[in-house]
Design a protein. Structure first.
Length: 167
């Protein structure tokens, strides 16, 4: 029971969300053909996915793209899970805003208010000993980067169609 309480505490902390959104943004920029950054709206979709263990689980390097991710839920007992993303976006709105705010305040992200795009900042030095991330957070951060790469391959309307969300 202690492990479950720890996971709930971690995921309810926007600081972890800030790291995850930074990783997502970094993955997006690295995966975009022109190195472009995602618009802020995509961070709300990413946050809804990254804070759900059921949605996070199928994200891995073995899948080719976002369409493969969406297809992984078809014809399974979890076929309705994609339909929950829309509600999760709404429910996680304040969490996502807090995570973006923390990431900007801590220098992880930069929000260009003119274009609406959010850019990742490079981390100058690795964390000091004793301040490194837990393995589970690093693993989930890698998944956030993969999700960012997948998002970078598509336009907004295609992402919405695959994930069955309305912007």
């Amino acid at each position: 029971m202690g492990q479950l309480v720890e996971e709930v505490r971690l995921w309810n902390t926007p600081i972890i969300g800030a790291y995850m959104l930074w990783a997502f943004t970094k993955g997006y920029c690295n995966g975009h053909p022109n190195g472009d950054a995602p618009i802020g709206l995509l961070h709300f979709v990413a946050s809804a996915i990254l804070t759900s263990k059921k949605l996070l689980e199928p994200i891995n390097d073995h899948r080719d793209d976002l369409q493969s991710f969406a297809r992984s839920f078809e014809n399974t007992k979890d076929s309705d899970i994609l339909l929950t993303i829309q509600d999760r976006i709404r429910l996680k709105r304040e969490y996502t805003l807090a995570a973006i705010d923390i990431a900007i305040a801590e220098g992880l992200l930069v929000w260009d208010v003119d274009s609406g795009k959010i850019y990742p900042r490079d981390l100058a030095k690795p964390p000091d000993r004793g301040k490194t991330l837990k393995a589970v957070i690093k693993r989930d951060g890698k998944k956030a980067e993969i999700l960012g790469k997948w998002f970078a391959q598509h336009d907004l309307s295609t992402i919405a169609a695959y994930l069955r969300v309305v912007f």
